[in-house]
Design a protein around this ligand. Structure first.
Ligand SMILES: Nc1ncnc2c1ncn2[C@@H]1O[C@H](COP(=O)(O)OP(=O)(O)OP(=O)(O)O)[C@@H](O)[C@H]1O
Ligand SMILES: [Mg+2]
Length: 349
């Protein structure tokens, strides 16, 4: 594969990616339980400078997908291409070189920062890890520049993480992640541990950096409302599979998959009497990924499910340009209206 990728090549391409975890427990438990199908055959591409949202309920495989992309986990099967290069089984120095180009921000800005290190050394650490030797003065200027870039006071470089608020700590994580000017930034629930009032600030920071640094971003969230204003495209996952993926607008305006519709109808209404509690149409929890239902794995919770849904797995089918969903009976306009989603005046509008 040529190293000089042309501009048409997506930055990242994932082909039929699978990650199964061996079942835990003793021998007997192991005999009865299937492998956990955390990621079960997903395909997508991310263009340069694009922001892709990855959403779905807890346990649907979002973080596993992120860790596969970062090569922190080995795939069971499938392929990951970075700038057209197959990195699925890359090892040693070539892997290290790729890692430098892809960085991650985590959910909990506190536990992901070493409490014994000053903020300056936390942010400057990537330079050390990648052997970019700089003298102290140069390193400090670099770190202070990064602090400024993410809205931290550069004079605070000698302070420790506990001296910062949650939002500021997440800014530290962001500064560290962009220190080496990666091409890809994966933010795994970057704001879900933060106060609602702080969330928008951190998301705005990410969006501004995405633009100014030309980053390609994967933004992971439970909630479709979090990624709405950030993402060019959104992929909705359910039990290790992508059930709908498409450009931001049609997906929010006219969701096709009943699961996407249900997630959108769970968007909190801007009504103080509801105390920000989501209005959920989606009952119960997803089934275990160790034992997913046959046919469409969403059929056990789907209000539209019919016999065919429990027998035949729906394939991703085109609903519009660059927009596909996997459902035998996609939502109609009337059903969307009944769910209060999509279109003008919908909850998510
Ligand atoms: N190392 C592991 N060993 C075994 N099972 C795992 C491992 N990591 C994840 N899983 C399982 O894989 C499934 C997907 O997990 P994952 O963390 O990717 O979900 P997620 O979408 O990120 O969820 P959340 O929103 O709660 O972060 C879950 O059932 C989880 O329990
Ligand atoms: Mg996760």
């Amino acid at each position: 594969m040529s190293v000089s990728a042309n501009t048409e090549t997506p930055l990242v391409e994932v082909r039929d990616l699978v990650k199964h975890f061996a079942p835990g427990g003793g021998l007997i438990a192991r005999r009865n339980a299937g492998a956990v199908r955390a990621v079960d055959g997903i395909s997508f591409a991310i263009g340069r400078g694009e922001t892709l949202g990855l959403v779905g309920e807890s346990g649907c495989g979002k973080s596993t997908t992120a860790r596969l992309l970062m090569r922190l986990l080995d795939a069971t099967s499938g392929q990951i291409l970075f700038e057209g290069q197959d990195i699925t089984r890359l090892k040693g120095p070539p892997l290290k070189a790729i890692r430098r180009q892809a960085q991650m921000i985590f959910q909990d800005p506190y536990s992901s920062l070493n409490p014994r290190k000053t903020v300056g050394s936390v942010i400057g650490e990537p330079f050390a890890i990648h052997g970019l030797h700089r003298d102290r003065g140069e390193r400090r200027r670099e770190v202070q520049g990064l602090m400024e870039m993410v809205g931290l006071n550069p004079e605070h470089f000698n302070r420790y993480p506990h001296e910062f608020s949650g939002g500021q700590r997440q800014r530290i994580g962001v500064a560290r992640a962009v220190a080496l000017r990666p091409k890809l930034l994966i933010a795994d629930e970057p704001v879900s541990a933060l106060d609602v009032s702080i969330q928008a600030q951190v998301l705005n920071l990410l969006r501004n950096l995405q633009r100014s640094l030309g980053l390609t971003v994967v933004l992971i969230a439970h909630d479709l409302s979090v990624v709405r204003h950030m993402c060019d495209r959104v992929a909705v996952m359910y039990l290790g599979k992508i059930v709908e993926i498409g450009p931001n607008e049609p997906l929010y305006d006219s969701p096709s998959h009943p699961y996407t519709g249900a997630l959108l109808s769970a968007v909190p209404l801007p009504d103080p009497s509801l105390h920000g509690r989501p209005r959920r149409l989606l009952g119960g929890d997803p089934p275990s990924p160790a034992n997913p239902p046959p046919g469409c794995s969403f059929h056990t919770r789907c209000p539209k499910a019919q016999e065919r849904c429990s027998e035949q797995e729906p394939e991703l089918t085109e609903r519009g340009p660059g927009w596909t969903s996997a459902c035998h009976f996609p939502l109609s306009e009337a059903e969307r209206a009944a769910m209060g989603v999509g279109g003008v005046g919908g909850v998510a509008a």
